[in-house]
Design a protein around this ligand. Sequence first.
Ligand code: ATP
Length: 239
Amino acid sequence: TMKAETLSVEGLTVHYGGVCAVRDVSFEVPAGEAVGVIGANGAGKTSTLKAVMGLVPRQAGALRFGDLDLSKVAARDMVRHGVGYVPEGRHVFAGLSVEKNLLLGAYAKPWKAATRQTLGEMYELFPVLGEMRGRLAGALSGGQQQMLAIGRALMSRPRLLLLDEPSMGLSPKLISEILVVLQRLRAEGLSMLLVEQNAKLTFEATSTCLVVENGIVAMTGPVSKLRHDPRVRRIYLGL
Ligand code: ATP
């Protein structure tokens, strides 16, 4: 179903005990758009994603996905509502085969024809996963495990994909392979929210970005503008 659905987040706030990690963060991911969240280590990027997913408690905030009030949806039910999630650090099941990992991401039953078809699409998107389908996920390189984590999330055919630092720990060559995948998903019209320390990658993969500093949105705008901002260039692009 290609129903136009916008994710809208308003006034999102996350506290850990006395620490305020996310303060009054608002943004939208319009249907079919890729939005980035960049920021330094500890700025609150992961907490923002986890709060959208319902994986950490929200002190405040309104969350909608199309007509749905996402704040009432439990984390385990997000996939059923079309929201896919690629966690930081990949978290593949090392002792299971590549194919089992992918099938675990399928919300539909693994023996269904539609699931087999989606599996075939994943092997087309990630040929290396097809070649290694019988291998244990733990035997894959970091880059291959990241592909697997993305593929696993795509198996449920999400209409919105949340990605937490897919470039983490990867070489520049592997980061450009991830970028190719993100650009292809974007071209196919998948809505994406990409959280990254790597601003260069994020600017290549998204059209709008938020810059998060100390839990607040310090800047936001189209990538075409942000990439020319002197402060962004200095702090986030190292130019
Ligand atoms: P990272 O690069 O580590 O992913 P980030 O921008 O995603 O950084 P968060 O992980 O969201 O940042 O952390 C934001 C702030 O909240 C940091 O100060 C962090 O120390 C704190 N924090 C994160 N998780 C917890 C927790 N479970 N308990 C207490 N404080 C936490």
